[in-house]
Design a protein around this ligand. Structure first.
Ligand SMILES: [Zn+2]
Length: 472
């Protein structure tokens, strides 16, 4: 029988050590290594599954189908590895998942009888599973303040605070029901503010964000008093970027994209007229990118679709080394790596062929601008997120042998619950966090060999879940 512990995971999207301190995290903060690329959709999915993007299948918001020149959006249905909450659900443990990317639509979560889910900010609509709770909490389920450009920089922080304050009622109510074993909530406010007010990353103008961050801190304090273990994690870090590097333009310069400058300008004009709401940005980005992409792709051997996932798709795979060498020549590029050398898994086919790693301070764009670089000043993602853990059985001062990674949360939480860990997971139990005299430090992690049960890491379906039920 699994022990009925209580674990809280607080996600602070895009928090680095500076923003985590601004929120008011006052205990030891450790680096937390993100996925490569350090990007919201693959990284939260790795935190929730314990495996790399080639195993869970998510690499960004946009799914590229090279054969059909089609770009669509990734959803919960594309997550191909069991989530932590699904494994707990099999063991009859209860989870609450709030604001986690790739959890909508709810039928993409295959096991959810013991799970409450609130959709994330990028979902096409705000919703709660099960439906009867949506009726109860409808008044708190307000939409995220996506239209920041419309509000202006003065009004935007007030809108975010209002959003956070209203939804807090719902977060507290679910927390205080106290019938959960896992309560996992993501606050995206840290990421939104870091994009729009990069100066907070350097400790300036922090008064803009403190009213919202105070609400989050108070919530964390309440959650702390209810949990045996409380983890604080971010999906990636943040840094100030001072240069834009136009990747598709560079590919064109090297002969991999042939385009007509006038037509490309027309595509860009359409794109720039799209309202800048974040939600619609995600959605229209797919649509507009699709037009840029299909325009480019018809005449391209290699191209970028979604700059933040650092990926290049190569049509004729024999050209991959040539594309790699061409990109490596540029000063703005730290390295170019074949995706299949970075991550192993059955979903490589959905992934880009190359990952381009920018140098510090460089941000990518996929637009065709007629130039290769441009100055900028914005906040954008980098690889060092934050990790912290509280609990009676947690050491006050933790020394990690190896820096914790996004893949380590699932095995560590399963170990706390005394549940077996799937054998092909990419993370490990963070044994260093436990007080030496605690039961968790003494007991050995339990791994299950999937092949023994005849499970291959392939499309996870109902049949696999039945087998998992037997294991657990
Ligand atoms: Zn993020």
């Amino acid at each position: 029988m699994p022990s009925p512990k209580k674990v809280v995971i607080i996600g602070l999207d895009g928090a680095n050590k500076t923003t985590a301190r601004l929120v008011g995290i006052d205990t030891e903060l450790h680096d937390f290594i993100s996925t490569i690329p350090p990007y919201t959709p693959p990284s939260w999915t790795s935190i929730l599954t314990g495996v790399n993007p080639a195993k869970h299948g998510i690499i960004g918001w946009q799914k590229v189908d090279l054969e059909r020149n089609k770009v669509s959006l990734f959803t919960s249905l594309d997550v191909k590895y069991p989530r932590l909450s699904e494994i707990l659900d099999i063991a009859n443990l209860k989870s609450v998942l709030i604001n986690l990317p790739m959890t909508y639509p709810f039928n993409g979560i295959r096991k959810r009888e013991n799970t409450i889910i609130i959709s994330d900010w990028a979902a096409p609509k705000q919703a709660i599973f099960p439906q009867k709770l949506e009726e109860k909490y409808r008044e708190y389920l307000i939409d995220p303040p996506h239209e920041w450009a419309k509000y202006g920089k003065k009004e935007y922080p007030r809108r975010v605070k209002e959003y956070t304050e209203t939804r807090m009622n719902l977060y507290y109510d679910l927390l205080e029901r106290d019938d959960w074993n896992l309560y996992f909530i993501v606050f995206s406010e840290t990421d939104w503010f870091s994009h729009i007010f990069p100066e907070i990353l350097e400790g300036e103008n922090t008064h803009i964000v403190t009213p919202t961050f105070k609400l989050i801190r108070e919530f964390i304090e309440t959650a702390k008093s209810m949990a045996d273990f409380l983890f604080i994690v971010s999906d990636h870090g943040f840094e100030v970027k001072n240069k834009v590097f136009y990747v598709n333009e560079v590919l064109a310069e090297n002969g991999f994209i042939r385009y007509n400058k006038t037509k490309a300008r027309i595509v860009n004009i359409i794109k720039n007229n799209v309202p800048k709401e974040i939600l619609n940005k995600v959605l229209t980005k797919a649509g507009k990118s699709a037009s840029v992409v299909s325009y480019i792709a018809q005449k391209a051997d290699a191209f970028m679709v979604e700059p933040a996932n650092w990926g290049i798709y190569v049509r004729d795979k024999s050209q991959t080394p040539k594309v790699k060498n061409a990109l490596k020549k540029y000063d703005e590029i730290f390295d170019v790596i074949e995706f299949k050398l970075l991550h192993k898994g059955p979903y490589l086919k959905r992934m880009p062929d190359l990952i381009v790693i920018p140098k510090k301070g460089v941000e990518f764009s996929h637009e065709l601008k007629g130039k290769i670089t441009e100055k900028t000043c914005k906040g954008d993602h980098e690889i060092h997120g934050v990790f912290s853990v509280y609990g009676e059985q947690v050491k006050e001062h933790i020394e990690f042998e190896k820096l914790p990674r996004v893949y380590d949360i699932v095995p560590t939480v399963l170990h706390i619950f005394g549940l077996p860990i799937l054998g092909d997971i990419d993370g490990k139990v963070l044994g260093e966090i436990f007080e030496e005299t605690s039961e968790f430090a003494k007991k050995k992690p339990k791994y299950v060999d999937l092949s023994y049960y005849g499970i291959k890491q392939e499309k996870i379906n109902q049949k696999h879940f039945k087998k998992l039920i037997k294991i657990i």
